[in-house]
Write a protein that binds this ligand. Structure first.
Ligand SMILES: [Zn+2]
Length: 398
């Protein structure tokens, strides 16, 4: 059976039955090995070395930590029991309600208004990532959301870096910090965050991002900040093509100079597909593929916020199998009730990924990191490739 999929610029096309059908086809391709399904257990996927490049600090707190910090700072919570609180945080994702999803961030940011709290949350993030065998992580957050109790921007960033450093050193996880500005803020505030990011480049900050609601807030409004970052030879990733279409991705790359794209799921609207084969690409898709522009895909988050209707609608396997530089990230572990291990488990289950694919995705991510080339090469050869080779031997996969 031949399936035709056409992705025009109409938002509804990503939800088309053609895409659903073509992705379904890949769930059980003819060469799909039940051996892989059998072998790739949760524990094995957890033990695979991983690289996390899209993880929001205020989206990954432990429920118990939120409870303790809220009690200390007199903040009321909707639930007192950690498990109930965890469920409360992920209800937006379960109900596919973006407003419920976003509402929860007011609680996590409320408990992160002191140096101690910021350091603790950052340190615990490193511990939690280490438990998933993440070997390198880029954590991001918006410093301007943590000034409610009188800290200044420098103090906020310093406190987070301290926690990442302690947690990273104690658990053997290397890290970089990305500072986010918010799309709805004034361009002057965005420039201030861009300057802050560059000022901390020797202390662990590796890049700059702009997050928040895409609709009505085009990144080009903040062009001065992006020009500043580029003039300083620094790194840019932009949340784009999640809620808004191809135009948003084009603007992020060609106007703002993004080196990576956060999500970018709607690039699929710039293609004509037949089954898993891309028959025709628009010039932006070609540019992204040719220049190896990395895209940070977050499966659970994209479904939970409604950017993609379901896992089987997600274009990740299409991009991956057609040699785009894509990889998996968890976005907001708490709100999406996920971990990087879970994201890979989903991809194994839904898209038939095998062990080799997990390694390739991890190397894709490591190549796309914002640290310097020599460190990346060292991590790829000494840690990632070695780790996969060891596991392959242990599990008899050679
Ligand atoms: Zn994000």
């Amino acid at each position: 059976m031949k399936l035709q999929g056409f992705y025009g610029r109409d938002k509804t096309n990503i939800k088309s039955s053609s895409l659903r059908a073509l992705v379904k086809l890949t769930l059980f391709p003819s060469d799909f090995s039940s051996y892989n399904v059998y072998m790739l257990t949760h524990d094995m996927i957890r033990r695979c070395p991983k690289v996390e490049l899209h993880d929001h600090l205020d989206g990954g707190l432990r429920p118990q930590t939120i409870i303790e910090l809220a009690e200390k700072y007199g903040i009321s919570l909707p639930e007192k029991n950690p498990e109930e609180l965890r469920k409360w945080f992920s209800r937006g994702c379960r109900q596919k309600s973006l407003s419920l999803y976003l509402e929860t961030f007011s609680i996590t940011t409320a408990v992160m208004q002191t140096k101690e709290a910021l350091t603790r949350v950052a340190k615990e993030a490193m511990e939690d990532l280490a438990a998933e065998n993440v070997v390198y992580a880029e954590i991001r957050f918006a410093p301007a959301l943590h000034l409610q109790k009188g800290l200044n921007l420098e103090e906020v960033v310093t406190a987070v870096l301290k926690g990442l450093d302690i947690g990273g050193r104690e658990n053997g996880v290397q890290f970089g910090l990305i500072l986010c500005a918010m799309r709805h803020e004034k361009p002057e505030s965005t420039l201030e965050i861009a300057e802050l990011a560059v000022a901390f480049r020797e202390k662990g900050v590796v890049g700059f991002d702009i997050a928040g609601d895409e609709y009505g807030h085009p990144p080009k409004k903040h062009i001065q900040a992006f020009q500043y970052i580029r003039s300083k030879n620094f790194n840019i990733t932009i949340h784009a093509g999640e809620a808004f279409g191809v135009e948003s991705i084009w603007q992020a790359i060609q106007i703002c100079g993004a080196h990576r794209i956060g999500h970018g799921v709607r690039l699929v609207e710039d293609m004509v597909c037949e089954g898993m084969a891309i028959k025709k690409m628009g010039s932006l898709s070609h540019f992204i593929q040719d220049r190896r522009i990395p895209m940070e895909f977050c499966l659970s988050s994209n479904v939970g916020t409604g950017a993609v209707e379901s896992l089987e609608d997600h274009p990740f396997p299409l991009f991956f199998k057609n040699s785009f530089r894509v990889f998996l990230c968890s976005d907001n572990r708490l709100m999406s009730d996920t971990t990087l291990t879970k994201e890979f488990e989903i991809a194994v289950r839904e898209y038939g990924l095998d062990f080799k694919d997990i390694e390739k995705i991890t190397i894709n991510a490591m190549k796309s990191a914002f640290i310097h080339h020599d460190r990346k090469i060292k991590l790829i050869y000494d840690v990632i490739k070695k780790g996969y080779a060891d596991l392959r031997r242990e599990y008899g996969l050679d």
